[in-house]
Ligand binder design. Structure first.
Ligand SMILES: NC(=O)c1ccc[n+]([C@@H]2O[C@H](COP(=O)([O-])OP(=O)(O)OC[C@H]3O[C@@H](n4cnc5c(N)ncnc54)[C@H](OP(=O)(O)O)[C@@H]3O)[C@@H](O)[C@H]2O)c1
Length: 308
């Protein structure tokens, strides 16, 4: 049976599955029993997924992962984040930001407790505002935790100008960045530059949140423009007659600079499908480029329509 390929994460020395697991959906799921999510995480482990991404901001996600990964710690790469946290309060969830050095160190302690481990392979600044990067206090907190042996590597999750700024700081071992068939810009310069500097590339939103399959235009501004792009792509001509999601995942994985693509799912059928796609042959260079061309043609078409 084909297995999910394992890849090196830049120069970190960490090696994890090319198809990683994104822990946001299980954290935010409005329904579903904890036991079902634990079973889902075991399904991922059994299939050879060894890279898991989570965050204190994803509600119960760290706790679920901690429970599911008991006894498997040595064979997984555990990545979490800091700076943004959600706490239980009065029966609901409250979101807070704390970028102080002490706050970051406290968050790391809590993450280790939730994840039931005494070290974290990677802790990433969670979409830090620019002032956080400039100020350096959160980074100092992370570095202190690294010196204390609680954190093996320090990374950042960021897009656009903030990602470039973080890259130029030269202190982050990994970059978590949005990159998908419906949002390809990071593939042009950012990812190649970061990879050339030895940073591990973790792709977030690799299947563009399933937007390509939505029948109706979504209201969220981050999603609307991607849906508009999806409407102007000839999916069948690009080889997605059976599944747009499958093509989207295989396209991201076919970029050799990608260390891991962390698809989020709370659905065992979707996870099973993702696992199958991640074991299929990569796209050849011509096919990969054809999809790039189709994306930029769709963006151009939209720009022209808007200028009329
Ligand atoms: N600021 C940040 O640092 C940041 C921001 C966003 C994401 N992330 C990380 O990146 C991970 C991935 O991002 P994401 O979860 O936003 O986006 P994503 O992985 O592109 O898409 C996830 C969505 O796609 C659906 N999906 C997954 N597999 C599918 C399949 N085979 N068929 C149909 N639908 C499928 C999931 O729904 P079902 O649950 O129904 O399968 C989920 O709603 C997150 O989990 C998180 O770890 C980080």
């Amino acid at each position: 049976m084909p297995t999910i390929p394992q890849r090196m994460l830049g120069a970190t020395g960490l090696r994890g599955s090319a198809l990683g697991y994104g822990g946001a959906p299980i954290g935010f799921a409005a329904s579903g029993k904890p036991a079902d999510f634990i079973a889902l995480l075991h399904q991922a482990l059994d299939a050879g997924i060894t890279f898991f991404d989570t965050a204190p901001d994803y509600r119960q996600s760290e706790g679920l992962l901690g429970e599911a990964l008991q006894g498997h710690r040595q064979r997984v790469v555990l990545a979490t984040k800091c700076g943004r946290v959600q706490h239980r309060r009065d029966g609901g969830w409250v979101a807070e930001e704390d970028w102080s050095a002490a706050g970051v160190q406290q968050q790391i302690e809590t993450s280790m407790r939730h994840l039931r481990t005494d070290y974290l392979d990677l802790v990433q600044l969670h979409s830090p505002p620019r002032w956080v990067l400039e100020d350096g206090t959160a980074l100092y907190g992370l570095q202190q935790a690294q010196t204390a042996g609680k954190v093996r590597h320090i990374g950042v999750s960021a897009d656009g100008d903030d990602a470039w700024y973080a890259l130029e700081m030269g202190v982050f071992a990994t970059l978590q960045v949005s990159y998908s068939i419906l949002q390809q810009e990071a593939g042009a310069k950012l990812i190649p530059t970061a990879a050339a500097r030895g940073m591990g590339i973790i792709v977030k939103q690799p299947v563009a949140n399933g937007i390509a399959d939505l029948k109706e235009r979504p209201g969220h501004p981050d999603w609307t423009w991607k849906w508009d792009v999806a409407q102007r792509i000839d999916w069948t001509a690009l080889g997605a007659a059976k599944s747009r999601q499958g093509l989207a995942l295989r396209w991201v994985l076919s970029n050799p600079l990608v260390g891991t693509a962390i698809v989020g799912t709370a659905n065992p059928q979707h996870l099973a499908a993702n696992i199958v796609w991640a074991t299929e042959p990569l796209l050849d260079v011509t096919h990969f480029k054809q999809i790039e061309d189709a994306y930029y043609a769709a963006r151009q078409q939209i720009a022209e329509e808007q200028s009329l």
